[in-house]
Design a protein around this ligand. Structure first.
Ligand code: FES
Ligand SMILES: [Fe+2]
Length: 361
């Protein structure tokens, strides 16, 4: 998989990544692929992640599976076959495969044929379900990877809204938009969120996390209408590899978790999934409105990212300048160091240090 983005010509040259280093998102990472509710027992579906076709399904027992969507016999897509909740039947010659990828039957065999179905296996990928999200892992050694994030509320979940938008832009470009304070006043400048004219200087404190960094708890911006409606709560934002932004908004004892996950579909397409969870009872009737706002935000990003992608395809370089672009530099550094650690078979250690950043938004 190749991608057209990323070279940072930057004010701090030490941070500038070489063009060749950032072609691909890591395989050694969990990616959000679906909402739990979208895959019932006995259902299967075809998805693409990191350019590979995967058949994702749920056995009638409830257990999930993810297999390479290619029959080893003649290459037919298993997702086009039948699934009875126990096994997939290939649409071409009827070979049957279990959720572990092992072939269970080859109906054309007769007594005396020298073939053992049990020796034939389709590649299987780790798949996990947590907080209403299905996560897929396509690399080696799950243990050394950033864990699936915990979206834990103190009280019972009263509101849950999830929306996804597919963006025709590379993974790096999309992930940068999750940690880009400078775009908010221009891209998300709707009357109901933050008009451009209200920009002012902000000061934020950051600290490293095992696989990312945290904008530490602070009172939410006064120039965002959405936060003002909530009475200017405390907010804290984590960015985690491979491309996750998790905001925790605290209103007294209750909280709202606003999480956005980027999933690399292929070199030029990225799926954004936004999940909002809350234990605030007042939010329960507002789920449709919250979904509408989530989708509106993602569509605003989608439009500008697709235009920027076209510019990057004409010339694949970017500039990372000023403190507002420091988070982008951190992303590239985390990604490069994580890739190096995995390549060398070493444990990843985050070299970021606490820092105070200032910018105007
Ligand atoms: S291609 Fe699948 S059984 Fe022949
Ligand atoms: Fe955005």
């Amino acid at each position: 998989m190749t991608s057209s983005t990323t070279i940072a010509g930057t004010a701090s040259a030490a941070e500038a990544p070489a063009a060749s280093e950032f072609r691909e998102p890591p395989r050694e990472a969990w990616y959000c692929v679906k909402s739990t509710g979208s895959l019932a027992p006995g259902a299967m579906t075809s998805i693409t992640v990191l350019g590979e076709q995967i058949v994702l399904g749920r056995m009638k027992t409830g257990r999930l599976f993810a297999l390479r969507d290619r029959c080893p016999h003649r290459g037919a897509p298993l997702s086009e076959g039948g699934f009875d909740g126990d096994a997939i039947t290939c649409p071409f010659h009827g070979w049957r495969f279990g959720g572990d990828g092992r072939c269970q039957a080859m109906p054309t065999l007769v007594d005396g044929d020298v073939a053992d179905p049990g020796q034939v296996k389709v590649g299987a990928f780790p798949v996990r379900e947590s907080d209403g999200i299905i996560w897929l892992y396509m690399g080696a050694e799950v243990a050394a990877a950033p864990p699936v994030p915990a979206l834990t509320l103190a009280g019972a979940t009263r509101c849950r809204a999830a929306v996804s938008v597919l963006v025709e832009a590379s993974y790096d470009l999309c992930v940068l938009s999750l940690i880009d304070p400078g775009h908010v006043g221009y891209v998300h400048n709707s009357w109901w969120w933050r008009p451009t004219a209200t920009a002012r200087e902000k000061v934020k404190d950051f600290e490293p996390l095992p696989f990312g960094f945290r904008m530490t708890a602070h009172q939410a911006s006064t120039n965002s209408r959405g936060y003002r409606l909530l009475g200017r709560p405390q907010t804290e934002v984590d960015f985690l590899l491979p491309g996750q932004r998790i905001e925790r908004i605290r209103i007294g004892e209750r909280s709202i978790i606003n999480a956005t996950f980027a999933t690399p579909i292929d070199a030029r397409r990225t799926l954004f999934t936004n999940v909002l969870l809350s234990d605030l009872p007042q939010l329960m009737p507002l789920s449709p409105l919250i979904r509408w706002v989530g989708r509106a935000f993602l569509r605003q990003d989608q439009r500008i990212l697709e235009l920027a992608q076209q510019g990057l395809e004409r010339k694949p370089t970017m500039l990372l300048l000023g403190q507002a672009d420091r988070l982008a530099q951190w992303y590239f550094r985390l990604k490069r160091d994580y890739a190096a650690a995995r390549h060398e078979g070493k444990a990843f250690s985050n070299t970021l240090v606490p820092e105070r950043l200032r910018w105007r938004t």
